[in-house]
Structures are given as C-alpha cells and as structure tokens.
Design a protein around this ligand. Sequence first.
Ligand code: HEM
Length: 224
Amino acid sequence: MTTQTVKDQAYAKSIRIFHSIFALCMISQLAIGELMDVPEVEDGHEASISWVTPAVAHESHGIPQVGPVEETLGFEVHEYLGLFIASLLVIRILLAMTSLPGANWRHLLPWLFAPGRSQLSREIKLQMSGWKSMKLAPPEDGEAVARSVHGFILLASITMAVTGTLLYFGWSITAPQTMWVELVAEVHEFTVVVLEILLGAHILAVILHQRQGHHIIDRIKPSA
Ligand code: HEM
C-alpha cells in the first residue's frame, strides 16, 4: 500500500488519541481483573476475600450486616480505572455521532445495513481461503469484517462499562450479594471472555497485516 493510500484511510486525530489511551487502559484493566482479589461476604455471614468467578448463589436476603470486608488495592484500582474507561466510552459514543474519518457508528456496525451486509458476505467469500492460511487482504480490498470486529470490541466494552458501573454501586462488602448483583456480575464476567477473544483476533490481525506490509498502524498511531 502506498503512503498516500494509508493516509487516505487514516482515522481522525481524536480517534487515534482515543485508541492509544483506551487500548492501554483496557489491557491494564483486563490484567488487573484477572489478578485481583474480590472482597466478598460469603453466605453464613463470614467476611472473607474470595474470587468472584464461581457463580455462588447468595439467595438469602435481609441478612444482618457483618464486616465490612477489606477492599484490596487491586479491586480499588479496578473500580476507578473502570469508571475512567466508562467515561472514555462516553466520549467514543459522542465521536460516533460525528462524521470525522473512521468515527461514525455506521462505520463500526456495517451489518446493520443491507449494503454493509452484502459487503460483509462478499468479503467473507473472497477472503476466507486467505484467512485459513493466515493471509489478510489489504484494507483497500474491503474492511467490513475489520470494522465489524472493532464495532463488537466497542459494544463488548460498553457492556463491560455498564455492568461494571452497576456493580460499583451495587457490590456489597458488608453482606452477601443480592440476586440481581450476582446476575450483573455474571454478565460482566462473560463479557470479559468475549472481549478477550475479540482482542486476540484484533491483535493477531494487526500483526498479520503489518507483516504483509499493509502499514495499518500508521493510520491509528496518534503521531501519524
Ligand atoms: C497492542 C495493542 C493494539 C494494537 C497494536 C492495535 C492496533 C490497531 C490498529 C492498527 C487499528 C486500525 C485498524 C484499521 O486499519 O482500521 C486499530 C483499531 C481499533 N482498535 Fe486497536 N490495537 C491494539 C489494542 C486495542 C485494544 C486493547 C482495544 C480495545 C479494547 C482496541 C480497539 C480498537 C478499536 C475499537 C479500533 C477501531 C478504532 C475506533 O473505532 O475507535 N485495540 N487498532
């Protein structure tokens, strides 16, 4: 791809700055989320620190308060970084209402429209065999698939942010969680898995494009 083509397809400066901050925060947040201890009051009123992962049913309501259990540093960083990421996403949603290059929501959700859906199925038919041998078509041959992956990353991140914010206000360190908090926590955790798969695909695609000389990092780096 020529330098001019790369420039033509570049993202608006605001999206490029957003991407750097967002990518850094998200990678840190996912790592912290995996490593931190979650303060939780177990059934039976025992205050303890435990992993949130097991879907323990805390069905008992109206339990007298105990504790509070101590919040770990990891958990506190996770909470505040999560609220910061939620604000970044509000900014990205506002940018999606503009017509800045690469910003608009139609760009990110091509599958919502008939022309976008046909473009997607054309790209999948033409490029599938290349994907099987880890070869990606240059961006000028169609980007509906890549844009859809970016759109799903943002949708999954928004789901994380909404559920995370609900948990910020609803998570109890003095009593077992209520049913709705347990449910929100499960959606939050399931979305982590979806997001990790999408990010794995995103980063693998970036590496493959770069190795094939498509210079896509040039269009997203803030200094471009
Ligand atoms: C090492 C890390 C990363 C690299 C090298 C990278 C690289 C890139 C590149 C080159 C593009 C432009 C693709 C194109 O040509 O259209 C892009 C777009 C994008 N990336 Fe990443 N990325 C990274 C991490 C992340 C992370 C962690 C996230 C989110 C959790 C993310 C979300 C996105 C999104 C949403 C877009 C589309 C731009 C937008 O609409 O905001 N990336 N990335």
